[in-house]
Design a binder for this molecule. Sequence first.
Ligand SMILES: [Ca+2]
Ligand SMILES: [Ca+2]
Length: 207
Amino acid sequence: MGQGKSQFSEDELQDYQDLTYFTKKEVLYAHQKFKSLAPEKVGHNKNAKLPMSKILQYPELSVNPFGQRICKIFSSSQDGDCTFEDFLDMMSVFSQTAPKSVKAEHAFRIFDFDGDDMLGVSDLKQVILKLTGENKLNESEMSWLIQNILEEADLDDDGALSFAEFEHVIDRSSDFLRAKAKSLKLVAKASFDQILFFMFHFLYPLS
Ligand SMILES: [Ca+2]
Ligand SMILES: [Ca+2]
């Protein structure tokens, strides 16, 4: 056995390549990242399940206020703990090559805190709290903001955003894209559909 021999067979790599937006080389790279979170454990079992607390040490997740939500969405056991396959799926969706529609579907699930397939007032509130931090907006500012988001994006006036309504907003071309806004200061000046657009690109930063 040569040093640095892959833990994967050619067939396994082919399967992962077929099931993700990654090349075999990128699959191996993702595995290196996964292994670096728990070298011993993953060295023994390449698809070991790591606790969410370990997964959250991955740098991109540790700085993301939606880190826990992201882990839970991709966790096959739904508790945030992730196997390599869960982790690979996560990295694949967040990669440059994943289509926007796939990113939108996952963003919607990440933002749908109560899992009822709609972004309702309480989901929007939690999303905004995560983006702004607690206590930045008072109650009336918060409800004003949410009402205005709904006024612009809730096309059928049922008080919540369906996936279609959410996707419609993030598909709209926007000056916001060109502004490459990365800061919430700019959000203050943005229109309300741009805030939704920002929510999306907060998860998938513009490159
Ligand atoms: Ca919901
Ligand atoms: Ca609606």
